[in-house]
Design a binder for this molecule. Structure first.
Ligand SMILES: [Zn+2]
Length: 67
């Protein structure tokens, strides 16, 4: 199923490092970085003191700092 990867412009999710099947449509785009809908949902459901949330915050900080 190499078809999944033919579109190289589909960004990789900055959290789980995968490319969502529906490209831009299935996630949040922040400064051309993608957070896939799976991670988005997890973040919304994750308590703020959870390690997953802290990791997400670090990724976001790197986004803002890297511009
Ligand atoms: Zn993701």
């Amino acid at each position: 199923m190499t078809n999944l990867y033919k579109d190289n412009s589909t960004p990789t999710c900055i959290i789980c490092k995968t490319k969502p099947f529906n490209g831009h449509d299935s996630g949040l785009l922040i400064r051309s970085r993608l957070i896939c809908s799976t991670c988005e949902t997890r973040i919304i459901q994750t308590p703020v003191d959870d390690q997953y949330y802290l990791n997400f915050k670090e990724q976001l900080k790197a986004l803002w700092d890297g511009c």
